[in-house]
Design a protein around this ligand. Sequence first.
Ligand code: ADP
Ligand code: 5GP
Length: 230
Amino acid sequence: MSNKPNVERARRRRDNVAPPPVRRALLVVVSAPSGGGKTTLCERLLKACPAMTYSVSCTTRPPRPGERNGRDYHFLAPEEFARRLRRGEFLEHAVVHGHHYGTLRAPVWRALRAGRDVLMDIDVQGAAQIRRAARHAPRNDLLRRGFVDIFVAPPSLRVLKSRLTARKADSPAVIARRLRNARRELRRWKEYSFLVINDRLETAFMQLKAIVEAAHCRVENQSVGKRGRP
Ligand code: ADP
Ligand code: 5GP
């Protein structure tokens, strides 16, 4: 067996050097009204941060053209969703636009424990559930230490409507319902720690990435050496 770690420890003691800071995992929660740009921004963030894992939610809504089971969502029948809910498999869950959505507990914990950042695209109700859990968790808990919540807002409701229409993913009735919900969701932006206005995509993306980088630099996300230095 190599004695390299011992040699390294001895060198550090001799040189009075603390171990390098450990990069601790973040749980990044992004919410926005439908059409606000979460999917677009999250996809770009995942490309820019290869070590980040996307939390694939479960939903009872039908897949849209181009969506793949297991990649975009786990598409479940209502009975299967209810069964998993009864078994306590969800970290959070909510009814959004008339369908059930939920985040599975196990994959999130697996990724956080492995030191991988987790990115979640969930609605304001789900974000509130995780925020509450993070606040009540013990001080050193992974959920509490790594929790970062970001609200993405469109520049206006008029722009939101035109983006939803241009996306051509939903019928006019579904778009009308999503716009009604958007008014309600937009009122809750102050519950979040960060707000990004998605006007110019490039600016919004830069802000989102900067928030994640800053969260990694937060003091509570650094390990501290014996002599109180990072
Ligand atoms: P969400 O996932 O929040 O429902 P999407 O990411 O699907 O929203 O974005 C809705 C539509 O708006 C998509 O067609 C997307 O290409 C477009 N879009 C997103 N952000 C911008 C932006 N900053 N400027 C113009 N169009 C945008
Ligand atoms: P869509 O059907 O457009 O993909 O998503 C509709 C809404 O459901 C969005 O606001 C999205 O953030 C939210 N959503 C997606 N997955 C989850 C989840 O696991 N939990 C909760 N609470 N909301 C989710």
